[in-house]
Design a protein around this ligand. Structure first.
Ligand SMILES: [Zn+2]
Ligand SMILES: [Zn+2]
Length: 438
């Protein structure tokens, strides 16, 4: 079965699970918006919908979406999410979610979001809280959250993550996606390029801890990747085929997360570097760059980490650190310490597992083929017009180094960064890696 035919299907997988693939419907067609009312009729009860958007996405698709829905007989409560101070993009947090709930009023049969990262997250969250279906109208190929159940809000300055509800349908007009600002499409490229590292991290977790792993979920975008990676310039030049392939790859990466039941397949050490930058920005009260742009830079660093880690023939294992660097995290130290505490036991198990029985050799053998070298990652990002240096994501090398050194503290998840610390590559090589690559 073609991976793009999987939507809405339920099947038994070689991983031992039965997967039910949400979204049920993905439409990437010029008439997507005119199909929106019928899609909502299929999914939603009642007569009223909430349509969430921001000022920019209202212009490119939101107003037309509301028009189409109204013409289709729906009562639509349009909610335009306000920008942050000084024209900054809206944030996804509890206050914002409540504000849009209030603006929409009760009794909606479904939530429709028209936008990309933040707007999609807010719509997903609101639909989850109201326990109604969620429909995402995408306006940029900028991130993989359209089809995933995850919401990544900022709660008390901490980049958080929880599982809400996957979109039942994702709709997009090719012209709107291709016309999105170049930096957004390039951010999407950064987010999908993370896959080689995050999949490798997932495999490492299976090898060390016996965690659930699904090879089918890992392979979902294999056929699409060449369509944008062979000539990443096509994305910058807005070539329809490349943009469409990237869009579908982002959707399928979201699907992989839903298959796994968490974000592991698409979010490893490279994502922790980006999340750390977000949290450092919250601490300093400054803005950070787009998720996918930071993730791209994180992916280069993680790629280099894997190269150095897997080159170690017989590792001398370090003792896991007992705590975090509290001064570095300032007012977030307690929250970060709580997250790290959830990982210490896992670090001990990892150390024990690596100490015996040929586990190290097996890990090296199985993980190596999944990886892409940092040169190749950087080349794709560069040619696709994406950020690949610290300065491109608005930070100094020192700041990026801070994120790189502390990223393992912010989540209980075991990633290549923890592995690199266990085998002694980090923290020793951190500065050299940042100097060399960022
Ligand atoms: Zn599976
Ligand atoms: Zn991501």
């Amino acid at each position: 079965m073609n991976n793009l035919d999987l939507f809405g299907k339920t099947f038994s997988c070689s991983c031992g699970r039965r997967h039910s693939i949400e979204p049920r419907k993905v439409l990437f067609t010029a008439d997507a918006l005119s199909q929106l009312p019928a899609v909502c009729t299929e999914l939603a009860g009642g007569a009223k919908l909430a349509a969430v958007m921001d000022v920019r996405t209202r212009q490119v698709a939101g107003a037309r979406a509301v028009e189409a829905l109204t013409r289709g007989g729906w009562e639509v409560k349009e909610v335009v999410v306000a920008d942050g101070p000084a024209g900054r993009l809206p944030v996804c947090d509890e206050t914002m979610c409540r504000a849009i709930e209030q603006a929409a009023g009760g009794g909606v049969g479904a939530v429709v979001s028209v936008g990309s990262g933040v707007v999609t997250d807010l719509g997903k969250w609101m639909a989850f809280r109201a326990d109604v279906p969620f429909v995402a109208v995408a306006t940029a190929a900028s991130m993989n959250g359209y089809a995933s159940a995850n919401v990544a809000p900022t709660i008390a300055g901490v980049k958080s993550l929880f599982s809400a509800r996957a979109a039942s349908a994702v709709l997009a007009e090719p012209d709107v996606i291709a016309a999105a600002p170049n930096e957004m499409t390039a951010a999407g490229l950064g987010d999908v390029l993370a896959k080689s590292v995050s999949s490798a991290d997932w495999r490492v977790n299976q090898i060390l801890f016996g965690d659930y792993y699904c090879g089918r979920a890992v392979a979902l975008i294999d056929e699409l990747e060449p369509m944008y990676l062979r000539r990443p310039e096509d994305l910058r030049e807005r070539k329809p085929q490349a943009v469409e392939a990237l869009f579908h790859a982002l959707i399928l990466t979201g699907v992989a997360m839903t298959m796994a039941g968490n974000s592991t397949p698409a979010s490893g050490g490279e994502h922790l570097i980006s999340h750390s930058l977000d949290m450092m920005s919250a601490l300093d009260g400054v803005s950070h760059d787009l998720h996918g742009r930071q993730v791209g830079v994180g992916t280069i660093l993680a790629g280099e980490l894997y190269r150095r880690v897997l080159a170690v023939e017989s590792p001398v294992l370090s003792e896991p650190a007992e705590g975090i660097d509290r001064p570095f995290w300032g007012s977030l130290a307690d929250v970060v310490a709580g997250q790290y505490a959830g990982k210490i036991e896992r670090l001990r198990i990892a150390k024990a597992a690596l100490s015996g029985g040929g586990t190290w050799d097996r890990l090296r053998q199985e993980v190596q083929p999944m990886l892409r070298g940092p040169e190749r990652i950087r080349d794709c990002l560069t040619r696709g017009g994406a950020a690949h240096l610290a300065e491109h994501i608005g930070c100094t090398r020192r700041r990026l180094l801070g994120a790189f050194i502390h990223a393992h503290e912010i989540r209980p998840r075991f990633t290549v960064i923890d592995l690199a610390r266990l085998v002694g590559v980090l923290p020793a090589a951190a500065e050299e890696i940042v100097e060399q690559w960022a």
